[in-house]
Design a protein around this ligand. Structure first.
Ligand SMILES: Cc1cc2nc3c(=O)[nH]c(=O)nc-3n(C[C@H](O)[C@H](O)[C@H](O)COP(=O)(O)O)c2cc1C
Length: 192
């Protein structure tokens, strides 16, 4: 029989995001964050393309993101409530790591596999933060899919997009669990 890592399995079977709006300072410091990012970068990556990178947003950068979100919202014709909600996510965030998908040219690895890997980096960062006792939440938001916003606010290149905005901080309270998938509905067992 294999030797289980019971603590790791207990974590995976009970892990739960903490809503960004409930997160407060302090956020992980730079040394702590480097450990979390190291764990996140230890992610399956077909062809060793490293089709992702990190942008750590803190302090005045979060205020700048809030302002850029407002400008994007006005330009996109979003209503005032949607703009205010998106703005407050940035203004109130203790720290955010933008996980950037970087599409690399490859004859072997199709673009969708690079997208999967970038998503896996997001989950790895989320789990590393939660396992370290930080509150963490993976958000996107309408602005993250807007080319103008990501070019202006994050200086992303044409081959880059936002895989996730990972908000990290100290949790005030743990949320109740949410309904989880019915395994029978999503699993097919095939033995012939
Ligand atoms: C790619 C992606 C983008 C998301 N964007 C948002 C978002 O913009 N706003 C939101 O309220 N939740 C968003 N969520 C959902 C939150 O991350 C939510 O906290 C999560 O589903 C909770 O999962 P957990 O309880 O298993 O940790 C997103 C999830 C993913 C995977």
């Amino acid at each position: 029989m294999p030797t289980p890592n019971t603590a790791a399995m207990d974590f995976l079977l009970t892990r739960r995001s903490r809503p960004a709006k409930t997160l407060v300072a302090p956020a992980p410091d730079r040394a702590t964050l480097e450990t979390l990012l190291t764990a996140a970068a230890r992610t399956p990556d077909h062809g060793k393309l490293e089709p992702w990178r990190f942008i750590v947003l803190e302090g005045a950068a979060l205020t700048r993101m809030a302002e850029a979100t407002e400008q994007a919202g006005v330009r996109l014709g979003k209503d005032a409530d949607a703009i205010a909600k998106a703005k407050s996510t940035w203004r109130d965030s203790p720290l955010c790591v933008a996980v950037i998908e970087v599409q690399k040219p490859s004859d072997k690895v199709p673009p969708v596999e690079q997208t999967y890997s970038a998503g896996a980096v997001c989950l790895a960062l989320l789990n590393a933060a939660l396992a370290s006792g930080w509150g963490a939440n993976w958000l996107s938001g309408w602005a993250s899919h807007d080319r103008g916003f990501v070019t202006e606010a994050l200086s992303l290149a044409e081959n880059e997009s936002v895989a996730g905005f990972m908000h990290l901080g100290t949790e005030r309270s743990a949320p109740p669990d949410r309904p989880r998938p019915d395994l029978d509905q999503i699993t097919t067992w095939v033995d012939a």
